[in-house]
Ligand binder design. Structure first.
Ligand code: NAP
Length: 490
């Protein structure tokens, strides 16, 4: 029988190192709050370099046995972990809503999405093949085998507190790596609960270690991993500036890195698009998690001849969105993660208005609901000079840009250092082929706004990073290839 927990049973506030729950060496703690109310949910261990080092020590001790376990033994542990996550999807979904603010239906959806990666990599664990290289000389056999890279450090953001860490831990454990991890300051509780379930599923002591840290102490804690030669890989999801910092600071020990970084996704509506489908796709991709996703459209380009019609259809839908705490069963948009997020959204909107944009709906905080709410917003007459064109707004704001022809919009869409996701709507097959080839992003949604899947390779190009998560390619980042040359065979 699979154990089912209530929300409160899943809340853990200590570090998990070497199979045990332990406080930070300093004894310090930091508060995790509900973004809807500002109330404190838990006081979590605030780790520093000593805790990071203890986690690495445990991961190093556990590595030989885990690396040598049979793939099907590791797969069995991951399958049990998956079953526990699914059985506890309601409580985990509520925990995500509580610390991150997304409506419960989305929180539960994230649990199932994260769980799908665990199931996927449980299966992939048994399919890591090498090559027997066609013979080049008599008496010599050459082969290539794949080996776990070693200890992996996983550092994750707050916007998907379960899915982002699940899709790093699962492939790492699948191939025989051990893991040290640090979730975001705003949302460590879901990750700690996930680790608790992994332990219950049979992940041996030391194989998976997780430490909490406040924003203030995270830098020093993580630095210990960056400089420790035993940590062979960093897998990071977060902002581009922090990704660049990690690449720079870990160069001394030449680690392998996967960097899932920020985006600035264009969403293009051509005049031959099905406009209703385009509005539906935009609503789905833009307003997931209140616009706080790396793949959500940040710049919406609409061809001039359908611009006003599209703006009207969209504005009606956006104005009808229900903004409410995650606990409200009808909530479609919850609070933003914190006051800094609301301040950034407000700054982007007022900059746009000052430069001539029109607010069609929204455009203001909703202080009457609580400290971190912002109204779903549509802005017309956006231009490339505006801040919201150059940076991720990371909130429920849709800026509409006008364009005249295909070449112009491709240039505009690619005119950014980022290259994570892009979307376009068209019913012309030749255009679909051309535009899909020319967009400089790692992911392209074609007449589709919901593109994420455990079976698909997720990752960016340009300053959105490198490496892929999910799919058959998702294991490569955790493996190294060893060439074996055996002589004297004839
Ligand atoms: P962030 O500020 O880069 O933080 C990400 C993680 O790194 C957090 O755990 C954070 O800890 C930690 N961190 C920050 N500065 C650090 C430093 N100097 N040394 C060590 N660790 C450090 O990003 P975020 O605001 O949490 O997340 C939003 C960003 O993530 C957006 O840019 C979004 O596009 C991106 N994202 C990308 C993907 C993708 O798959 N490409 C997916 C989701 C999100 P603290 O929380 O304590 O600051």
């Amino acid at each position: 029988m699979i154990q089912r927990y209530e929300l409160n049973d899943l809340i853990r506030a200590d570090n998990f190192i070497d199979g045990k729950w332990v406080p930070a060496a300093s004894g310090k703690r930091f508060a995790v709050t509900d973004p809807a109310t500002g109330e404190v949910i838990a006081q979590v261990a605030d780790s520093g370099p000593a805790d990071a080092r203890a986690a690495t020590d445990a991961a190093a001790r556990a590595l030989p046995a885990w690396r040598d376990a049979l793939p099907k033994e590791r797969a069995a542990v991951l399958h049990r972990w998956h079953a526990l996550i699914v059985e506890n999807a309601d409580a985990l979904g509520r925990l995500i809503s509580l610390e991150q603010g997304k409506p419960f239906a989305e929180g539960r959806g994230e649990v199932m999405y994260g769980a799908s990666y665990v199931a996927w990599f449980a299966e992939e664990a048994t399919r890591v093949y090498g090559d027997l290289i066609p013979q080049q000389q008599r008496g010599k056999r050459m082969s290539a085998v794949k080996e776990p890279i070693g200890i992996v450090a996983a550092i994750t953001p707050w916007n998907f507190p379960l899915a982002m860490i699940a899709r790093k831990i699962a492939p790492a454990l699948a191939v025989g790596c051990t893991v040290v991890g640090k979730p975001a300051e705003d949302t460590p509780l879901t990750a700690l609960a996930l680790v608790m379930l992994a332990h219950e599923a049979g992940v041996p002591a030391g194989v998976l270690n997780l430490i909490g840290a406040s924003r203030e102490n995270a830098v020093d804690a993580v630095k210990d991993w960056l400089e420790d030669g035993r940590v062979r890989k960093i897998t990071f999801t977060g902002s581009t500036p922090v990704g660049k910092y990690l690449a720079r600071e870990s160069a001394g020990t030449l680690k392998k890195l996967s960097l899932e970084l920020g985006g600035n996704a264009p969403f293009i509506v051509f005049d031959d698009a099905d406009l209703d489908a385009a509005v539906a796709g935009l609503m789905a991709s833009k307003f997931r998690n209140g616009g706080q996703t790396c793949v959500c459209p940040n710049r919406v380009y609409v061809q001039a001849s359908v611009y006003e019609k599209f703006a009207d259809l969209l504005t009606q839908r956006v104005a009808a969105l229900k903004v409410a705490p995650a606990t409200d069963p009808d909530a479609q948009i919850g609070p933003m993660i914190n006051a800094r997020a609301v301040e950034k959204i407000g700054r982007h909107v007022s900059d746009a208005v000052q430069r001539g944009a029109r607010v069609l709906t929204g455009g203001k905080p909703l202080a009457e609901l609580g400290p971190n709410y912002y109204a779903p917003t549509v802005i017309a007459d956006a231009t490339p000079e505006m801040q919201l064109s150059c940076e991720e707004t990371f909130g429920p704001v849709v800026p509409l840009f006008r364009f005249n022809d295909e070449a112009e919009v491709i240039r505009a869409a690619n005119d950014t250092p980022f290259g994570l996701a892009s979307y376009f709507y068209s019913q012309n097959v030749r255009r679909i082929d051309r535009v899909a080839r020319r967009l400089e992003t790692g992911l392209v949604g074609i007449n589709e706004g919901a593109i994420s899947s455990e079976a698909a390779p997720f990752g960016g190009v340009k300053e959105s990073g490198y490496g892929r998560e999910g799919s058959k390619y998702g294991l490569d980042d955790y493996l190294s290839i060893k060439y074996l040359c055996q002589g004297g065979l004839e």
